[in-house]
Design a protein around this ligand. Structure first.
Ligand code: ZN
Length: 365
């Protein structure tokens, strides 16, 4: 399936199909590796006096390397697809059909089955009625998640999961990794006893591993990795799977290892160990410590406020902007109480109208 990066690649594929293009469809498809935005063309092929409608897959809309996944809160690839759709509509006079422009969703009907679609109550998107009984039928999946998130915000549900791993030196903090569960860090089995022993009863416990701890950890990682490398096997990918599985190279101990980028747990583990050893080497050479942040008593509301200040407002905003952002979900007392709590636990500082995220606030979102 060819990657479609610009109108010339799309046009080549349309011309290859032949016939008269009448509809260009952009539909999402997802698997365990992520979402793909696929383009299909519907054409009318005339043979003698008989006209036949056909649908053909043209390829996947693909972004240039290093592109941001989201732009202004929408998948960047969806914006590229919209441009391609506009060009195709202009050149061929065809209809561009793209039912889910704001988020990835494979529950939307294709062009031929659009009469089976119903409109989402919240965003008006056309969707197929899903069979699942535990999800509401009147809204699409992303609006369902929005409703749930608003409910958690109003209820101030607990939100203590999620762990950032930072490298820290003086006032510098580098986010090195994030896991929903602490056990999911590759280094967790080697450090969890030390971490547990250092936990406090504070709402946020900052656990530090110093240079000595990191040296011990590096030794343990190296010993385990050496065992794994004894069983290392070069990738064998048969021709049919080559489209879906790629390889990459990593250096370790003066040797180069070719690793599969998916469907090979041993390779994934080797890559993770090599990268964790490199992180430890960097920390030792440049004088960083490791820091982890454990939360107990952080709510969904606290987390949402911090994310808004950190990611949307780039670390600094005004009280007015926060009140405005949450005016529909929360009352002013709830908003003020949340801000007071965040200031008290050291996640933000307020100076008059100004609200600034602290290093600690930055490190827990
Ligand atoms: Zn919706």
């Amino acid at each position: 399936m060819p990657p479609i990066t610009a109108f010339d690649t799309l046009d080549k594929e349309i011309i290859k199909v032949g016939g008269k293009p009448v509809v260009l469809e952009a539909l999402w498809s997802g698997d365990t590796n992520g979402w793909y935005l696929l383009l299909y063309v519907n054409i009318i092929r005339s043979r003698f006096l008989i006209k036949r409608e056909e649908q053909h897959l043209l390829g996947e809309v693909t972004l240039p390397e290093d592109s941001a996944y989201y732009t202004d809160g929408r998948p960047t690839v969806a914006m590229v697809a919209e441009e391609l759709g506009k060009w195709a509509a202009q050149k061929y006079g065809l209809t561009f059909y793209f039912p889910s422009r704001d988020n990835a969703d494979e529950d939307c009907p294709g062009w031929a089955e659009r009469h089976l679609g119903v409109h989402c109550e919240d965003c008006n998107k056309l969707m197929l009625l899903r069979e699942s009984s535990h999800l509401p039928r009147e809204v699409c999946y992303s609006c369902y998640l929005n409703r749930k998130s608003n409910e958690s915000l109003r209820n101030a549900d607990p939100s203590d999961h999620g762990y950032n791993f930072c490298l820290s030196k003086n006032e510098e903090y580098i986010k090195e990794g994030y896991c929903t569960k602490f056990e999911d860090f590759t280094i967790a089995p080697f450090i969890q006893d030390k971490v547990k022993a250092r936990l406090t009863s504070d709402i946020i416990s900052t656990i530090t591993l110093d240079q000595e701890d990191i040296l011990v950890l590096k030794g343990q990682l190296e010993t385990t990795l050496e065992g794994m490398l004894l069983a290392y096997e070069m990738p064998q990918i048969d021709e049919r799977k080559r489209r879906f599985i790629g390889t990459y190279k990593m250096q370790y101990g003066g040797k180069e290892y070719v690793l599969m980028d998916r469907h090979n747990d041993a390779h994934t583990e080797i890559a993770s160990y090599i990268s964790n050893i490199k992180t430890a080497e960097k920390a030792i050479a440049e004088g960083y410590t490791y820091q982890f942040f454990f939360k107990q008593g952080i709510t969904y509301r606290d987390d949402a406020f911090l994310r808004f200040i950190n990611y949307v407002c780039k670390g600094e905003t005004s009280l007015f902007a926060i009140h405005q952002k949450y005016a529909r979900q929360l009352n002013t007392t709830d908003i003020s109480t949340t801000l007071e709590k965040l200031e008290k636990i050291g996640c933000i500082v307020t100076k008059g109208e100004q609200v600034i995220i602290t290093r600690l606030g930055y490190c827990i979102v």
